[in-house]
Design a protein around this ligand. Sequence first.
Ligand SMILES: Cc1cc2nc3c(=O)[nH]c(=O)nc-3n(C[C@H](O)[C@H](O)[C@H](O)COP(=O)(O)OP(=O)(O)OC[C@H]3O[C@@H](n4cnc5c(N)ncnc54)[C@H](O)[C@@H]3O)c2cc1C
Length: 228
Amino acid sequence: MDVANKILILVRTTPLADVKKPTQGLSLFYTDLDRSIVKVTEIPKMGRCAVDSNVVFFEDWKVPREDLIGQEGDGFKMIMHGMNAERVLVGAEALGIGYAALRRASVYAKERVVFGRPIGQNQGIQHPLAECWMNLEGARLMIYLAGRLYDEGYMDGEYANAGKFMAAEAAFKAAERAVMTLGGMGYAKEYHVERYLREATLARIAPISAELIKCYIGQRVLGLPKSY
Ligand SMILES: Cc1cc2nc3c(=O)[nH]c(=O)nc-3n(C[C@H](O)[C@H](O)[C@H](O)COP(=O)(O)OP(=O)(O)OC[C@H]3O[C@@H](n4cnc5c(N)ncnc54)[C@H](O)[C@@H]3O)c2cc1C
């Protein structure tokens, strides 16, 4: 956003009072980012530094009608179309972080000798790493399933959400286990696993949090009353 001259915005074009559901009456625009009106301020954050995140302030910003994408009022529907794909993508990204963490932990556990033997020879080190591998592999299958269903045009979100949830949790556990396996060195930036732990945290929060995924599954899959 530091260098962008275009912005995609979802804005309310029909007042809430005039629609049946809050998701109606929203429109999507791809327009010039007019920095004389829009104030963009970067948010310093614990990870994902390759992509900046920003607070965006604007008031009385007039956007040309020809910058509207699709039909007026259909913006949320169009955003929804990309949501399952984004969950699969973020889940796959989390898996990559998890496997990278597990690889570093396994290499270190083979090399680091304490009390006369590699720490990886102890089941207290080995078993949690084996568990991490099983969690990651299970999540990988769910992500593949969700990706295949998306390619086939399946629009419901349970598998994309479940895949993202499982992958994020598995990646976070693997990264945390990697830090613990490396001990004091795990806390040092030099070995990268502290970075994996910070990066894996994001997948648990965005684009949808672990809690809200459970709300979705509870309501849409199990038929329980809406809880939020
Ligand atoms: C680095 C980064 C990049 C992002 N990029 C984008 C982006 O490009 N586009 C975009 O639209 N958004 C983006 N987001 C926003 C992201 O999708 C939200 O932060 C995320 O969905 C969580 O929403 P929230 O922050 O509003 O949390 P809140 O809704 O304020 O919730 C806070 C906490 O309470 C929990 N909670 C809330 N309600 C309930 C409930 N009923 N039951 C149980 N727990 C509950 C949540 O799970 C969460 O843990 C980004 C966020 C980050 C951190």
